[in-house]
Design a protein around this ligand. Structure first.
Ligand SMILES: *[C@@H]1O[C@H](CO)[C@@H](O)[C@H](O)[C@H]1NC(C)=O
Ligand SMILES: *[C@@H]1O[C@H](CO)[C@@H](O)[C@H](O)[C@H]1NC(C)=O
Ligand SMILES: *[C@@H]1O[C@H](CO)[C@@H](O)[C@H](O)[C@H]1NC(C)=O
Ligand SMILES: *[C@@H]1O[C@H](CO)[C@@H](O)[C@H](O)[C@H]1NC(C)=O
Length: 499
């Protein structure tokens, strides 16, 4: 940017504060211990895909083998190059003034083969330097052990369809606690099994590309839930007393609003929540799969001619092992959908399908603001989701580990992003002060524009713009970065707040 552009940009940033001031946001202060942060994930920002001994993971293999599956045939080979430019990232985090930074460890960077027999010291150094730099600047690392980048040797064994991954994930998690647990006190075992099981193992447009609508999602969910529990118990039994940290799993869900107030649509919306969120949350927070999922998949499987349910059955021992494996509820969310009843449990029997199992249909309201289809600005839906989670999962402390706005342009004057994040933060204040829900923190996805999986670099979600044409991957703050820094300083969405 020229200095003239920069001046203009600053004026626009100032104006954006005036616009926000005129809106109707909640005027409470955020609680003193409320954490503000931003999130990233290893494959999406690091690059250095084969640097210093890193092994190949499932996304390296997928983007290199099927480049046509990614917009513009892009890959994460270099992306934001944070493997080399991590000091720039820390400077940006300091500028924002965040309390925490959510990031993930690349399994193949630490354990190139996936297994624990060979530890890559260069990879270990990379993360230790980064965690230490965060701590030196008063930023709490919130670290995801596994964020979709499965080592390729395990993908060749069937990936998350193969329950053997449970023990491999557990062994890798133990290595993370051993190598980094003196610096990292806040752990996430696994990121968003719902999205990876749906898009990677059911629809197949994300890695590893399994289009298995009948069984994919249930096998994948089964393995993820057990692997999470394994990592949780390892922390609990071998490290917690020494390291005194917290650990949980990140689950993602949109809000399912009934499309009408007919009994069938009310029931369909509840069923949809159980098929999206309950499939993963219920075993962990309440024990076993949700009843409605057991019943519907079981009934349909038998009608379809299977000898037993396509949903794997947990033994009582497994139910007890998984139940209670959380210290808080980590929630990612981006949108609301309108859910309606589509078919009864015994209709449309034929091809086995997760989508027919739930029997629901989904649409959105055309008046809701959206740019990319999967993100819409419906803060009241977010507040309902927070209440649903609180009521269904024993009123856990909730940490929002991802939320944010996507556009196609990466424009610096990103007023839509400011409006969206402001609205969602305001809904959090409503939930805290009016609904009595304990919310620990909020995390913007994402620090900077990055590799957004199958859409490559075409969708931009960063508080910072990244110039992917420059060898330095130059980062420039958008208006939302300055605005978010102001919210964190003031702990308030307006000029003045009530304590
Ligand atoms: C463990 O952490 C909690 C806060 O998370 C703190 O209150 C407590 O004093 C810590 N205990 C030890 C032994 O460090
Ligand atoms: C389908 O199930 C409903 C109850 O859910 C039952 O009343 C109906 O008879 C069933 N239809 C068939 C064809 O089995
Ligand atoms: C990239 O960064 C280096 C070192 O900071 C600097 O010398 C160089 O001018 C930069 N190049 C561009 C194109 O910005
Ligand atoms: C906050 O809003 C309430 C009404 O919603 C108003 O009574 C109060 O004065 C406001 N407080 C501040 C500090 O603006």
């Amino acid at each position: 940017m020229s200095s003239k552009d920069l001046k203009m940009f600053r004026v626009i940033v100032l104006l954006s504060f005036l616009v926000i001031r005129a809106s109707s946001l909640n005027n409470h202060s955020f609680p003193n211990n409320f954490m503000f942060g931003v999130a990233t994930a290893s494959y999406q920002i690091e690059g250095g895909w084969d640097a210093d001994g890193k092994g190949e993971n499932m996304w390296d293999w997928w983007t290199h083998t099927f480049p046509e599956k990614i917009s513009n045939r892009y890959s994460g080979d270099v992306t934001c190059d944070s493997y080399h430019l991590w000091r720039d990232d820390v400077e940006m985090l300091k500028h924002l003034g965040v309390n925490h930074y959510r990031l993930s460890i690349s399994w193949s960077r630490v354990l190139p083969e996936g297994t624990t027999n060979y530890v890559n010291q260069k990879g270990v150094e990379y993360y230790r330097n980064l965690f230490q730099a965060l701590l030196d600047n008063g930023i709490t690392p919130l670290v995801t052990i596994y964020h979709w980048d499965l080592p390729q040797p395990f993908n060749e064994l069937g990936g998350w369809m193969n329950p053997l991954i449970v023990d491999y994930l557990g062994d890798y998690a133990r290595v993370c606690f051993q190598l980094f647990g003196d610096l990292v006190k806040n752990w996430i075992t696994i990121n968003e099994p719902q999205t990876t099981c749906l898009q990677g193992y059911t629809q197949g447009y994300k890695a590893p590309g399994y289009a298995n609508e009948g069984e994919g999602i249930y096998l994948c969910a089964y393995t993820h839930v057990l692997a999470h529990a394994r990592a949780y118990h390892i922390y609990d039994e071998e490290f917690r007393a020494l390291q005194n940290g917290t650990i949980s799993i990140v689950l993602d869900s949109s809000w399912s609003e009934p499309a009408s107030d007919s009994d069938k649509d009310l029931e369909a919306a509840e069923t949809q929540m159980e098929f999206i969120l309950g499939l993963y949350a219920n075993p962990i927070y309440n024990g076993n799969w949700p009843r409605v999922v057991i019943d519907r998949v079981g009934t349909r499987s038998l009608l379809e001619g299977y000898s037993k349910s396509r949903l794997p059955e947990f033994t009582q021992e497994q139910i007890d092992y998984v139940k209670g494996t959380y210290d808080f509820f980590a929630l990612n969310t981006y949108a609301t959908n309108l859910i309606y009843h589509q078919i009864d449990v015994n209709q449309s029997i034929g091809k086995a399908s997760y989508f027919l199992d739930s029997g629901t249909g989904s649409k959105t309201d055309p008046s809701w603001k959206t740019v990319v289809g999967w993100v819409n600005d419906v803060p009241w839906g977010f507040r309902k989701l927070l209440n649903w989670v609180s009521e269904h999962y024993k009123r856990p402390d909730i940490f929002i580990t991802e939320n944010g706005w996507s556009d196609y342009t990466g424009e610096l004057n990103d007023q839509d992003r400011i409006e969206y994040i402001g609205n969602y933060l305001s809904a959090i204040l409503d939930a805290i002060y009016e609904d009595g829900i304990n919310i620990l923190g909020y995390t913007v996805w994402t620090l900077m524009d990055n590799f957004e999986w199958q859409v490559g670099y075409s969708q931009k979600m960063g508080l910072y713009y990244v110039d992917f044409d420059s060898p330095n991957r130059t980062r420039t703050p958008k208006a939302s970065a300055e605005w978010f820094a102001g919210v964190i300083r003031g702990r308030c969405l307006l000029d003045q707040c009530e304590n």
